[in-house]
Write a protein that binds this ligand. Structure first.
Ligand SMILES: Nc1nc2c(c(=O)[nH]1)N[C@H]1C(S)=C(S)[C@@H](COP(=O)(O)O)O[C@H]1N2
Ligand SMILES: [Mo]
Length: 309
């Protein structure tokens, strides 16, 4: 049943060890593209070709592939932290298409493979801070969202961007109940979407994304709480008004549109001052914008972040 990314399988362990070795080897060789393997015959083991980013990557210790694939939030696959791993195969990703439309000159629908070939893939090692006060460090592989936005030529009336995840009630166990209003949806302001830190990820640890991490394409916005990083995206629309978002629809007083990581604005039911890095015992202090202030604080100049939480 659980064919994909069986935990502790020899493959995963090998991949992670190899990845670490590679990282040591290429230290200093900053933008040389490199290949782990080019076996494209089996999509489930597909390795990706990518460059290593140093400008935006943290040099903190990455979490293990086991931690990254066994402690997830992906409500379409169940609401427990281990459910996404257990139900990973319920997510059907064959012949995936991503539509980009709305206030653009060139609306387009892309095949996933076509999209991956279009852009240079980079490895970005980012902190992910969940609103539930845990965090991980994950070596994503992807490309900047601004490159895709440019391709469809947005109109000047496009002020926001909305994202929609897969809707597949037949196969996704979590969508048989209205835990959230399906499909999962998220949004960003256009300048947030165009920030170079904002990426669409198609892989991690050198391989295509495991299903539980949002295969085959998901957003990563590292200065915002994890729920903004929407998984398994089928549609992106450029729009003029602030779009509806799943968690805001569900509990508006707890989850705002901006959801920037902010230790000074607590969740109504718990503190956001500290976080537990998965794998560690002692808690860490949470940093403003998850430590990405130098890249993003200018986006919020003059805004009251207690009001626009
Ligand atoms: N479609 C969808 N995307 C989602 C979620 C979800 O339930 N459904 N959960 C979010 C939350 S709360 C977090 S913390 C991150 C977790 O990403 P990870 O499991 O890859 O670490 O995914 C986000 N993206
Ligand atoms: Mo989260």
């Amino acid at each position: 049943m659980r064919k994909k990314f069986i935990l502790d399988s020899e493959n995963d362990v090998t991949c992670e060890a190899l990845f670490k070795r590679r990282r040591d080897i290429i230290k200093g060789i900053i933008s040389a593209p490199f290949v782990l393997s080019t076996n494209f015959s089996n999509a489930e083991n597909k390795h990706l070709i990518f460059q290593k980013d140093i400008k935006y990557s943290t040099n903190e210790q990455t979490n293990t592939i086991k931690q990254i694939t066994s402690y997830n939030n992906f409500y379409e696959l169940g609401s427990g932290k281990r459910d996404p791993m257990i139900n990973a195969n319920s997510l059907k990703t064959d012949n995936w298409k991503l539509t980009v439309d709305g206030l653009v000159e060139k609306p387009q629908t892309f095949d996933l493979d076509e999209l991956i070939k279009k852009f240079t893939l980079e490895e970005r090692i980012y902190r992910l801070r969940c609103v539930e006060a845990w965090s991980m460090v994950i070596p994503w592989i992807g490309f900047e969202l601004n490159k895709l936005i440019k391709l469809v030529k947005p109109l000047s009336s496009a002020k926001y961007i909305s994202f929609q995840s897969i809707l597949d009630r037949e196969n996704l166990p979590g969508q048989r109940r209205e835990i959230l209003q399906w499909p999962y949806r998220e949004g960003l302001r256009i300048d947030e979407a165009n920030n170079p830190l904002t990426i669409l990820s198609v892989g991690l640890y050198g391989k295509v994304l495991p299903n539980q991490n949002g295969s085959p394409i998901r957003l990563v916005v590292p200065w915002k709480y994890g729920f903004k990083s929407i998984k398994s995206i089928v549609k992106i629309s450029l729009v003029s008004e602030e779009p509806e978002t799943s968690w805001n629809l569900e509990t508006p007083n707890e989850y705002g549109f901006y959801s920037n990581v902010n230790p000074y604005v607590n969740h109504p039911r718990w503190s956001q001052k500290r976080e537990r890095r998965i794998g560690e015992f002692r808690k860490r202090d949470t940093e403003m914008f998850n430590g990405y202030s130098e890249f993003v604080s200018s986006l919020y100049k003059g805004m009251d972040l207690k009001k626009f939480f």
